[in-house]
Design a protein around this ligand. Structure first.
Ligand SMILES: Nc1nc2c(c(=O)[nH]1)N[C@H]1C(S)=C(S)[C@@H](COP(=O)(O)O)O[C@H]1N2
Ligand SMILES: [Mo]
Length: 374
């Protein structure tokens, strides 16, 4: 029997980004199906800048391969000289730490109307961590890019349960591979990366959906074309233009996923909470894969008026900030709070999410109701 705890590996004290010691046991993670185990982070944890490793969501298509901290990563294809590296070999490159949101494209899928098949994530397929590793650009420069190195094809050591199931292979365009934020990461919140999160090496692609953050990396192949196969050519597509909810979209009306849209999530109060009359606080996180957050607004009167919330943490593309809105409520009764964020490129959240057949990128205004009691 593998318990959740041994599966994740022992985690020491979490450093950086204001995480604080995990206050609760990892056993509280929300289980979304059995094999592989997909685990969501409870909403209440989204009241802080960093998500502790023991409660960080886990998602994989086939489950992890065996742990091999000495596993080799090969940089191959359209390069001047292929390079084979282990985590130890990466010490030759400058070490960098980037604080960034990891969010599954399917986060919020359960909230799509009409419903769509897939892991029924509600809010918990996201988290923010301090990722430490080396810039992929530095490693690619060492290999030397050939002229037709236009895409980086990414492959991990995990294998599908049956040979008829396609391997999880993704690619990112060369500009994103060379972006200084894109990392080969071996630490998460200061601890060695756990097996669940991709040990020994995973990709970190700030601002881009989780499917690009390939875990257990074994090969990065530079090539002229996007990666072949199901997970690049068929899956992870989003409608170019919003369509009718519930209506299928033809392949030519779809584009590959990249950055996730602006979003905000209320951690507190919990839906259905009873809170004594007096000071009230709505708190949560807001982020965008396109630009830093500019404003977060909260309405407690059904959208008639919106108040600007206070923001904590450093703004950044693909980085979340904590928002807080405080007000007094002297009389008992129900309160419904709505939240919406706007980023520095003026992208703002829609009242209703764009329905799409795979249920990606749900980012409607989050609403929470609680009761103020005497
Ligand atoms: N090798 C490999 N990498 C993978 C996956 C996978 O199935 N295999 N799943 C991806 C998806 S869809 C997501 S959302 C993230 C989840 O990362 P986490 O488990 O560290 O939260 O890993 C990505 N990397
Ligand atoms: Mo995902």
């Amino acid at each position: 029997m593998i318990t959740r705890r041994t599966f994740l590996g022992a985690t020491g004290a979490s450093l950086a980004v204001g995480i604080g010691a995990p206050a609760r046991a990892a056993d509280e993670l929300l289980v979304h199906g059995g094999a592989p185990q997909n685990l969501g982070t409870p909403l209440a944890w989204f009241d802080r800048l960093g998500t502790p490793n023991p409660v960080f969501f886990v998602r994989s298509h086939f489950g992890p391969p065996a742990l091999d901290r000495g596993r080799k990563l090969v940089i191959e294809g359209a390069v001047k000289a292929p390079v084979t590296l282990t985590v130890d070999d990466l010490k030759a490159f400058p070490e960098v730490t980037v604080t960034s949101v990891l969010q599954c494209a399917g986060n919020g899928r359960a909230l799509m109307a009409p419903r769509v098949p897939g892991v029924q994530w509600v809010h918990g397929a996201m988290g923010q961590a301090a990722w430490t590793g080396v810039r992929l650009a530095d490693v690619l420069k060492k290999a030397g890019l050939a002229a037709d190195a236009l895409h980086a094809r990414l492959e991990g050591a995990d294998r599908a349960p049956k040979p008829t199931v396609p391997a999880f292979v993704r690619s990112i365009p060369i500009a994103r591979a060379m972006d200084p934020g894109t990392l080969l990461a071996y630490r998460m919140n200061g601890d060695p990366l756990s097996l669940a999160h991709g040990a020994p090496l995973r990709l970190v692609v700030p601002g881009w959906a989780g499917d690009h953050w390939v875990k257990w990396l074994t090969s990065i192949r530079l090539q002229k074309e996007e990666a072949e196969g199901f997970y690049m050519q068929t899956a992870y597509k989003f409608p170019v233009r919003p369509g009718e909810p519930g209506v299928a979209v033809p392949p030519e009306g779809m584009r590959s996923l990249s950055t996730f849209p602006v979003k905000s999530t209320i951690a507190r109060p919990e839906d259905g909470a009873k809170i004594p009359a007096g000071p009230q606080e709505v708190a949560g996180v807001a982020f965008s894969g396109e630009a830093p957050i500019a404003t977060v607004e909260v309405s407690i009167d059904g959208g008639k008026t919106w108040a600007k919330a206070a923001l904590e943490g450093e703004p950044g593309v693909g980085r979340w900030q904590v928002f807080r809105h405080r007000f007094e409520q002297k009389t008992p009764g129900k309160i419904e709070a709505w939240v919406r964020a706007t980023d520095a490129k003026k992208n703002t959240q829609p009242e209703r999410a764009v329905w799409n057949p795979s249920g990606y990128f749900w980012n409607a205004w989050h609403r929470v109701t609680w009761e103020v009691v005497a």
